[in-house]
Each structure stands twice: as C-alpha cells, then as structure tokens.
Design a protein around this ligand. Structure first.
Ligand code: SF4
Length: 236
C-alpha cells in the first residue's frame, strides 16, 4: 500500500479543512463523498465541505427509523448552507420482506437479526452510493469507542474497496462541541436531551456524562459488536 503511505505522509500535518480541500482536489469533486448522519462530527465536516465547494457531494442514509429531531436538523442544515443532500433509501421490496418475515422489532431478537436490519436499511444503500466514488469522508473519532481506537486519518476501506478519510480522527468530543458553538453549526436537539451518539430511534438512548459515548447504541449488545456494518473493518 505505497499509495496509502504516500497519502498519510501528505496528510500528516493537515487540519480538517486542509484535509478536505486536499481530498476534493486529489479524488475530484464527483469521485468523493461525505457521509452524514447529522452527528456533531458530521455537522462540522458538512460546514467545511459545503464551504469548500457548494457542488461537493454529501449523502445521508434514510433508514426510515430516524427521530423527528434528526429530520429537523437535516432541514435546518440544508437551508443554512444552501445545498442538497443525496438521500439514499433502502429498497422497498427488501424492507417489506424483512418486516413481514421477522417483524418490525427484529433488532431486539438477536445480534444476527439486528445486523440484518442494519444491512438492509443502511449497508446496501451505502454500498450503492459508494460504488460511484473512489473515497469517502467520515466523522469517526478514535475515542468514540473500543472499536475505533486504531483509526487513521486516511485508510483503505476493505469493505467497499475505496479510501476512507477521517479528518476528525484525533479530535476529542470537546473540540467538536467547541467548533459547533464557535461557528453556530446546526445541531441535533437530541444532544440537549442527553443523547451523545445518535442513530435510528429504536436503537438509540441517552447516556450519562461519564458513560462511553456509544453505550446508548444497541445497549442490549456487548461493546465489541457495536458497529452496524458501515464501519465494520477499520484498516490498520
Ligand atoms: Fe435497524 Fe436499528 Fe440498525 Fe436502524 S440501527 S438499521 S433500526 S437495527
């Protein structure tokens, strides 16, 4: 992976803004995309990305199980920064078959069924949009969970066969929140209700200030299972 090492060297001293500008230039505006689930990290990156080039691509996965407050922050973000999200939906027939067969709350029955739900609602639509690019940008940070401690600023994503860029990989939660406050970035109101990592409504709950950030996601599972397939194989 000489190319990966070369990229790591080029990015070593770059801050998140510089990293995104470098990525847009290196891969081309049509061949790189930012993934947003409207987390505080994604909102920081969205502001930077939309400010860098208003035709830069930003997508979101609409699983059909989001909180209303998540849609509210999506609306405010579009209006504030004046761009359109590429909205990726799961396939109707796959949702219908899954809910008919396993029920609407299948994710509570076993890890396998939870992963099936994530696969159909998130991973397949994700695979489809990522097949159109050579790199994607994500808001992952090392200190978010035990599954993310080996994260690098740029990785080769073996799952999707493209580069994955994590401009905030070494930021703390406080750095993210300071950026949000200083730049008046739209923020999901659920953070005010004690949520610290927000996904689908039935699989997310508030956590305490001193708890692991991801402990409110799929809280009925053990910590080392807590990825949905989107970030399942962090590269070294
Ligand atoms: Fe399904 Fe929950 Fe995964 Fe959303 S987070 S896709 S509801 S299992």
């Amino acid at each position: 992976m000489d190319k990966l090492n070369d990229y790591r060297e080029q990015l070593r001293a770059k801050n998140p803004e510089e990293t995104i500008l470098w990525a847009l230039n290196e891969f081309g505006i049509d061949r790189i995309v930012l993934a947003s689930s409207f987390s505080t990290e994604d909102q920081v990156l969205t502001r930077i990305m939309a400010g860098a080039d208003d035709s830069a691509r930003i997508f979101t996965l609409d699983t059909g199980r989001h909180f209303q407050k998540t849609y509210d922050v999506m609306q405010r973000t579009m209006e504030k920064y004046g761009f359109r999200y590429e909205v990726c939906f799961p396939a109707d027939e796959e949702i219908a078959a899954m809910v008919s067969e396993d029920g609407p709350n299948l994710f509570l029955k076993s890890v396998e069924l939870r992963k099936k739900c994530c696969e159909i609602r998130k991973v397949r639509p994700l695979r489809k949009i990522l097949s159109t690019v050579d790199a994607w940008i994500c808001g992952l940070r090392r200190d978010q969970s035990v599954t993310r401690t080996a994260l690098e600023k740029i990785e080769w994503d073996e799952t999707f066969g493209i580069y994955k860029i994590n401009p905030l990989y070494d930021w703390s939660e406080n750095m993210v929140l300071s950026y949000i406050r200083e730049n008046d970035v739209p923020c999901n109101a659920l953070y005010d209700d004690g949520y610290r990592s927000i996904g689908c409504e039935p699989c997310t709950r508030p956590v305490g200030k001193d708890d692991d950030i991801r402990s409110g996601r799929w809280w009925w599972e053990s910590p080392d299972h807590k990825e949905c397939g989107i970030h399942a194989k962090p590269d070294r």
